[in-house]
Design a protein around this ligand. Structure first.
Ligand code: DP6
Length: 325
């Protein structure tokens, strides 16, 4: 038996990943930029065991079957291939953030799984190789492998599509105040969404303009220029949602409270508060601000009609191995 445990954080994209040029390899049509959400994490233990007949996946104490298990087993198959191993594994995963709060958990889940399973299989992978492996489980998971502010270069092959840090966690004290407006499970997940992206007539324009937005965002992060970051990340999120809303079938993730938060954030910024929003494939709004404004921002968010609760996270470190408990 061999076992390893890893911790990884979710991440929030400032420039979004939406659409793949290769669905199986998860080679995205454009690069993306994110930061890790330090105060939220997934802890995953992988144990390969010669006595096991099949893989098992236990999430927050409950066995997962069907598609969820198949996706985990597919990543374990890749690791077994790489390591020349045939043993099945038991995977125990725990999120310390509320499941169903609309925080994408697949990024943290597959970053932790890639690290724990490769270590348990005896592989000694570089950070880029771990990021590539995590990408095969979930695209955004490639960005949860390195620490701090991270760019996933689209690349054009399995070897060239991986993420790396552009700045460490302490480079810029930003906070993500996540306004939870609905904890209902989303009707269409990202994996199906990526397949639909090309059915929108707006996707080609979104992709063609992506290098410009990536450049603006990278510069804003490196220069700690909040105003520039706010402009480009809100535009990038709005463009992605325009693509979603105009795909066939259309994906419309916003609720009335989503728009209320977006409009409030813009009004607050107009009034001098440094704050901006970005939204993933769901109705909840990630409201980004410098850490010293986070208390004011979350108080204001909580006072808005339709905001169920607010979770906060600061910029986090890389996925890492930890000692088994
Ligand atoms: C809207 O990484 O969840 O959050 O590769 O199918 O697992 P899969 O998709 P996923 O897509 C994330 C989409 C997004 C934007 C982003 O995080 O960049």
């Amino acid at each position: 038996m061999s076992s390893a445990t890893a911790i990884a954080h979710p991440n929030i994209a400032l420039i979004k990943y939406w659409g793949n040029r290769d669905q199986r390899l998860r080679l995205p049509v454009n690069g993306s930029i994110s930061f890790n959400l330090g105060s939220l994490s997934t802890r995953t233990r992988v144990t390969f065991d010669a006595a096991r007949g099949e893989d098992a996946f236990i999430l927050n104490g409950r066995p997962v079957h069907g598609e969820g298990l198949a996706r985990v087993a597919a990543l374990l198959d890749i690791v077994r291939d790489m390591a020349g191993l045939s043993q099945r594994a038991e995977v125990h995963s725990e999120n310390d953030f509320p499941t169903g709060a609309g925080i994408a958990s697949s990024a943290a889940a597959f970053a932790a799984l890639a690290l724990a399973s490769s270590a348990a299989a005896g592989l000694d992978l570089s950070e880029a190789e771990r990021s590539r492996l995590a990408r095969l489980g979930s695209g955004s998971a490639s960005r949860s492998v390195p620490g701090g502010f991270v760019e996933w270069q689209a690349g054009d092959s399995d070897e060239t599509s991986y993420a790396f840090s552009i700045a460490p966690p302490d480079h810029w004290a930003l906070t993500d105040c996540i306004a939870v407006v609905s904890s209902v499970h989303k009707p269409t997940g990202s994996t199906q969404g990526h397949v639909l992206a090309d059915t929108s007539p707006l996707q080609a324009a979104r992709v063609a303009d992506a290098p410009r937005r990536l450049d603006l965002c990278r510069r804003a992060v490196l220069a700690r220029d909040f105003e520039a970051l706010a402009a480009v990340s809100e535009q990038d999120s709005d463009i992605m949602h325009a693509v979603m809303m105009t795909s066939a079938p259309p994906l419309f993730y916003w609720q009335p409270a989503t728009l209320r938060v977006m409009q409030s954030v813009r009004a607050w910024r107009g009034g001098g508060l440094p704050v901006c929003y970005t939204i993933d494939a769901g109705p909840n709004v990630h409201v980004i601000c410098p850490q010293d404004a986070a208390l004011r921002v979350s108080e204001r968010l909580k006072a808005l009609e339709g905001v169920e609760r607010v979770l906060t996270a600061t910029v986090g470190g890389p996925a890492r191995l930890v000692v088994d408990r």
